[in-house]
Design a protein around this ligand. Structure first.
Ligand SMILES: [Zn+2]
Length: 485
């Protein structure tokens, strides 16, 4: 959960009143049908930028923001569209991702930064995203998505069923994760290599970052909250091969040496938050803690917990049994019973039974509801609506009606675990961070990962350091590690 702010879809819809125009592609020089003028591109970028900042948060490290922005601006000024209002930002998300909005708004997640090996790879990612804007891929894809719902990646990738609750903001944010076609990706790789070499970086940064990101598969467990780069950028390893001839050609004709600069980037990521940040709530095993909102909740042992900007989901291993935590948007009603009835009634749920109670001394209403969820069909829902500090939280468990009886004890236990945090307890919750470490003889990726308290898997640690998971770290080299909070 970020700050749990929802933007009305109306703001988004207002930007969709597009007119058909013919525009020249700035990169190819060809005329193409476009549904968007440059002014419209910019105004969509501006509006969606507000949504990104509110939903994802901007990572609080002005020096790092400036560093990324300086590199981005150097590249953008050398592009075919130097006069767009370029903006570069690191969003406070643990997922490994980078994305572009029409009009020149480029974002990296903080989660991608430790996986880049040097400044040339950072410039490679930024250059690639700049390419999506300069070649008008983002504008075209945006137009297409809105027209035919093509290429949208929903925010709630964890379970589509969660969408009736997380509805509007998720739909709005989904538009940001545009999927591009293979041709567009190759063109952006080429543009990225071109821009970064023009600015003095080694174009190997593009295949370099593609190789690293290609090694990360979902099994590495880096899939968190928002969709990751791999879900929107398929097949990075085959793109490595396709971009190589151009990279070699650029390097052969370069006048002087081109920069890679691993040392500066290593310094910049030292201390970076890894995984959840306290501002968005932290997951520790099956426990979720939210220091700014001052509460904790224990989902059932062994369940997988996913923290996304608009809600927290937990899933039983190997079963279609879920729990969900979210803040009720604009709660309506005098009592928790009214609020519950209104909120779930709007989502099409019928109240089967319920009672007023207290949870950790807080006014609450706990009920059972019947309804339909996209992707799951008929479900029975056990939900608690809890009044806390001028907000209302909903903690709910849901599954198919025939498995409900069996799951209900776990749902109730999870609901009853909702607990206030004292200011001192909230203060004491720290995130995991990136640290630097010099490899000693006998160290393995496994042993280094274990010392971090299990907050990173050995394979992810290897990939983070540009190595194959099957290799061993070289004694004497300085590597990135993760230190538990
Ligand atoms: Zn791309």
């Amino acid at each position: 959960m970020t700050r749990l702010i929802r933007l009305p879809l109306a703001a988004l819809v207002a930007t969709l009143a597009l007119t058909v125009a013919c525009a020249t592609n700035p990169v190819t020089g060809q005329r193409q049908i476009s549904l968007m003028s440059e002014a419209q591109e910019i105004s969509i970028g501006q509006e969606q930028d507000l949504l990104v900042k509110k939903e994802m948060g901007i990572y609080n490290d002005p020096a790092l923001q400036q560093y990324v922005s300086d590199i981005g601006m150097r590249l953008a000024k050398l592009s075919e569209r130097p006069n767009l209002p370029w903006h570069f930002a690191v969003v406070d998300q643990p997922a490994i991702n980078a994305f572009a909005l029409p009009g020149g708004y480029i974002y990296l997640t903080r989660g991608i930064l430790p996986f880049l090996q040097d400044e040339a790879e950072l410039a490679g990612v930024l250059g690639h995203e700049i390419g999506h804007v300069t070649a008008r891929h983002s504008a075209q894809q945006y137009t297409r998505s809105l027209g035919g719902q093509i290429g949208l990646v929903a925010l709630s990738i964890f379970v589509p069923a969660a969408r009736p609750f997380g509805d509007l903001a998720s739909a709005g944010l989904g538009v940001l994760f545009l999927k591009y076609g293979r041709e567009d990706e190759l063109q952006s790789d080429q543009l990225g290599a071109k821009y970064e070499s023009a600015a003095g970086w080694d174009p190997e940064g593009v295949p370099g970052m593609l190789s690293t990101l290609g090694r990360l598969d979902e099994a590495a467990g880096e899939k968190k909250g928002v969709p990751n780069w791999l879900s929107t950028h398929p097949d990075p390893l085959s793109r490595v091969k396709e971009i190589q001839p151009l990279v070699q050609q650029i390097k052969a004709s370069a006048g002087g040496p081109l920069e890679r600069d691993p040392a500066t980037l290593l310094q910049r990521v030292d201390g970076l938050v890894y995984g959840d940040s306290p501002e968005q709530g932290i997951t520790r095993g099956a426990t979720f803690l939210h220091p700014p909102l001052r509460f904790r909740i224990d989902f059932p042992q062994g369940w997988e917990v996913m923290n996304s900007p608009s809600q927290v989901m937990a899933k039983a291993p190997g079963a279609e049994v879920y729990m969900l935590l979210e803040m009720v948007e604009q709660p309506q009603g005098r009592t928790m019973q009214d609020v519950a009835g209104n909120q779930l009634g709007k989502a099409g749920f019928r109240t089967a039974q319920g009672e007023r109670t207290t949870i950790d001394g807080l006014e609450a209403f706990v009920g059972i509801y019947q309804g339909q969820l996209e992707g799951l069909g008929s479900v029975t829902l056990r939900a608690a609506h809890i009044a806390y500090d001028r907000n209302v939280f909903m903690v709910a468990g849901f599954t198919a009606p025939d498995t409900f009886q069996q799951a209900d004890a776990a749902f109730l236990q999870g609901i009853r675990s909702f607990k206030k945090l004292t200011p001192a307890e909230a203060e004491n919750i720290h995130p995991n961070r990136i640290d630097l470490y010099v490899v000693r003889g006998g160290d393995t990726w496994q042993s280094i990962a274990e010392r971090s308290g299990g907050v990173i898997k050995p394979a992810s640690l290897a990939v983070m350091n540009g190595a194959q998971p099957s290799s061993q770290p070289k004694p004497g080299t300085r590597i990135k590690i993760v230190v538990g909070g």
